[in-house]
Design a protein around this ligand. Structure first.
Ligand code: X2X
Length: 345
């Protein structure tokens, strides 16, 4: 009898606590400032996207939600592969992050880093706007963030200080900086290069000193970071990987906002994502790809691979693709392949 009463008491107490905690979330006062993490600042499409999101939110909430940008992943001392953990823990309130940097924690995100999965922009769009994007957002939602919208870093082209690269043999023994995600080590090892993991912050001085020969990043980053001034005089357009960006908010922070404000933040992220993607593709989707001429005018040698040359890179990296497929999820990769095959060009 006594134990039954204790149990009833416990249940009542738990119910009261539950009621209290959900009321507490809704009643939590808004912070005076929310911290948005980004790898790159407003000189880059990525940072511009973050700024547009913050501005739209401020304007549409009449200043109720005030967001400050922290580019250079400065809230986590520049260690971009820790960004997702910090988001979950609440060190970061919101972020626009690359799928590459979060892939150590969310294995499915490695999908976009599979070499030569996405042949063109239509393929990226088919994935992010289709079933694959939906499944990725469901996964992210389960891991503790609220995913809101897609953006884009871009196709990651190969650059180096040593020589024009037309074949995997040309890459041999070149020291290539890659992001801290194991799939990239596998890809560049398969190509005969000597990959080295490094944060973006550490990479730039390493190019300048010659400690590293090359790297891979979107052309919008090449030009804004002026990589031609740190020895990167050769570019090979191979389009092997493109990283989307994802706009997210920490779950607890999200729960403190009214449903109306949540809707505003979500729509602002969608609007900012669309604008950011247009900025990221500028100069690359217009006829003649004017950005390539701008880059060549900087004294950079731009290598366009023939289909046969490109195929040699595809072939050399195929074992890496196959090795990573089960880690990412066979069903997810199959869905992605089918979606791409059926895309509208
Ligand atoms: O570190 C990189 O190469 C960058 C800036 O593209 C990412 O954060 C994925």
């Amino acid at each position: 009898m006594k134990s039954r009463r204790t149990l009833v008491g416990l249940v009542a107490a738990a119910a009261a606590l539950g009621a209290f905690s959900s009321a507490a979330a809704a009643d939590t006062p808004y912070k005076s400032e929310y911290r948005m993490s980004l790898v790159l600042g407003t000189a880059f499409p990525w940072g511009k996207g973050g700024q547009i999101w913050a501005d739209l939110v401020k304007e549409r909430t009449k200043g109720r939600i005030n967001i400050k940008l922290y580019p250079g992943v400065s809230l986590i001392q520049g260690d971009q592969t820790r960004e997702f953990s910090a988001l979950r823990q609440g060190v970061i309130d919101m972020a626009v992050g690359s799928t590459i940097n979060w892939s150590p924690q969310v294995r499915q995100l490695n999908l976009f880093s599979l070499p030569f999965l996405m042949p063109d922009y239509a393929a990226i769009d088919a994935l992010t706007h289709g079933e694959v994007g939906k499944q990725m957002f469901a996964t992210l939602d389960k891991t503790g963030v609220v995913p809101l919208a897609w953006g884009e870093n871009g196709y990651r082209e190969l650059t180096n200080s040593k020589r024009p690269v037309h074949t995997p043999a040309d890459l041999r023994r070149l020291k290539i900086r890659v992001v801290g995600s194991p799939l990239f080590l596998d890809t560049f090892t398969a190509l005969g290069a000597n990959p080295t993991q490094m944060s973006w912050t550490d990479a730039q001085p390493a190019f300048a000193s010659g400690a590293v020969d090359g790297q891979e990043n979107p052309l919008s980053i090449f030009t804004a970071a002026k990589l031609q001034n740190v020895g990167q005089k050769n570019i090979t357009l191979w389009g092997y990987v493109a990283d989307p960006l994802i706009f997210v908010v920490n779950k607890e922070v999200w729960s403190t906002w009214t449903p109306a404000d949540q809707a505003v933040v979500r729509q602002a992220a969608i609007d900012a994502g669309k604008q950011e993607i247009a900025i990221a593709r500028k100069g690359l989707i217009e006829p003649g790809q004017p950005l390539l001429k701008d880059i060549a005018a900087l004294g950079v040698n731009v290598v366009q691979l023939t289909p046969q040359e490109r195929e040699a890179f595809v072939k050399a990296t195929r074992p890496v693709y196959n090795k990573w497929k089960p880690t990412i999820g066979v069903d997810l990769v199959n869905t992605a392949e089918k979606t791409i095959a059926a895309r509208k060009k």
